[in-house]
Unconditional design. Structure first.
Length: 422
């Protein structure tokens, strides 16, 4: 089968063998290892500035957040956290007591991307490149989905010692049919580190590919995220802002991100009924612009769940009149509902946040937390993170990619710590 390579000039056929691409990447390892980390940060900062000014990328979904995330101050802070304050170790040995340590790249990082978020490859490429690895990235879908435009703007970015065009030599973004065993085997056997985003079936398949003994594997598997609104918030004047935050989290990426809320638990309170909270969500959802397109499969799922809930006397539905634009589903069962996505929110009433804790596991990535008081927030966060939850954040920033993510400090995992004892 033919490999398709995504470039600044679009998608081009690249034969039926990854070996030439892999060989080219291997030849770039010394070049990127020699670039000072400050110059890489400067280059990415220039890329960030160009993203929102350039007509090719300004309108891409997630471009605004990506531009903010790529700023030098943010990436430097990420490196400090990931490397324990030893950012200079990326450029060579630094003193550590009587000894010296350095953070060296693994080498070639092979990445298998999920197809749910268009900018996702950048959030994997940048940490790997900052760790001075070279990268082979396989997209989930044959469409470039804006990746070609991102690469085009990066190619025009500049800093001392390295240009965006030169940085592109250290990466290759490709697509080929996921069923092609030969190409998947090639990609896996070339890797010094494997990075995998995807559903359970994809993760299992990629983990079973042959790999070299020293190759590490970093997995971001399927996740589910929830919200929690506490009694103190519901009985205060802060609820409007909380709902606005959740609706932003729902609207961004159309709930396709693993960090988007699907079920939101609402504590029973004396001021607002579940139905009143549902109407508030519905009013805010109705303000969103209509979805640009409604695919038949997703529309069918939305209409099916609406019908199922409408015939159940213990449940309720509030839905957009103009097709499947948004849906709010109400019940009083403390369960994690199967995600429908595409502006479909489940609101479930509970007596206390403590009813939610037994539902939590490492499957739950992010909790949008609006309990209203620091004591309850800390108590819930302690219980939730012990159960496996990775993030408890305020509504409105659930989809903000940050470090750590899924409990991992990614740059820290993409370097090898080495020691010199002279």
């Amino acid at each position: 089968m033919t490999v398709q390579r995504i470039t600044p000039d679009g998608i081009i056929p690249a034969g039926n063998d990854l070996a030439p691409i892999i060989d080219s990447l291997q030849r770039c390892r010394e070049r990127i290892a020699d670039v000072p980390i400050n110059r890489l940060l400067d280059l990415l900062d220039d890329f960030a500035r160009r993203l929102l000014r350039d007509s090719r990328t300004a309108g891409l979904e997630g471009a605004m957040f990506l531009g903010a995330w790529l700023r030098k101050a943010n990436l430097r802070q990420m490196l400090e956290l990931n490397l324990g304050g030893n950012t200079a170790a990326l450029d060579g040995f630094v003193p550590q007591g009587r000894n010296h340590i350095a953070a060296k790249p693994h080498g070639l990082v092979s990445m298998w991307m999920a197809g749910n978020v268009a900018t996702l490859p950048m959030f994997s490429l940048v940490p790997a490149l900052l760790a001075k690895n070279v990268c082979l990235v396989k997209l989930a879908l044959p469409e470039a989905n804006g990746m070609d435009r991102l690469l085009a703007v990066l190619a025009e970015s500049e800093s001392e010692d390295i240009t965006g065009r030169e940085l592109l030599d250290a990466m290759a973004v490709v697509w080929f049919d996921f069923r092609d065993k030969k190409l998947n085997d090639q990609m896996s056997l070339a890797a010094d580190a494997k990075l995998v985003w995807g559903g359970a079936e994809a993760v299992r398949a990629i983990s079973l590919l042959p790999r070299r003994e020293h190759c590490i594997e970093i997995v971001f598997g399927p996740k589910y995220s929830i919200g929690l609104i506490g009694k103190a918030t519901l009985e205060s004047d802060k609820l409007d802002a909380v709902v606005d935050g959740f609706v932003r989290d729902v609207a961004i990426f159309d709930q396709r991100a693993c960090s988007a809320p699907q079920t939101i638990f609402v504590e029973r309170n004396s001021r607002r009924s579940l139905e009143a909270v549902g109407r508030l969500f519905a009013e805010r959802l109705s303000r969103l612009p209509p979805k640009p397109e409604l695919d038949a499969y997703t529309t069918g799922r939305i209409l099916q769940v609406r019908a199922e809930w409408a015939i159940d006397e213990s449940k309720d539905v509030i839905a957009s009149a103009d097709g499947a634009n948004w849906t709010v589903l109400l019940d009083r069962e403390p369960t994690l509902k199967e995600a429908v996505q595409s502006r479909t929110i489940f609101l479930s009433e509970v007596d206390s946040w403590r009813e939610v804790v037994p539902l939590l596991s490492p499957k739950v990535q992010t909790v949008g937390l609006a309990l209203g008081g620091i004591d309850d927030s800390l108590a819930f966060a302690e219980s939730a993170t012990r159960a496996g939850v990775a993030r408890c954040v305020r509504p409105g920033i659930m989809n903000n990619y940050e470090s750590p993510w899924d409990g991992k400090l990614l740059v820290g995992e993409l370097v090898r710590w080495v020691v010199l004892k002279p």
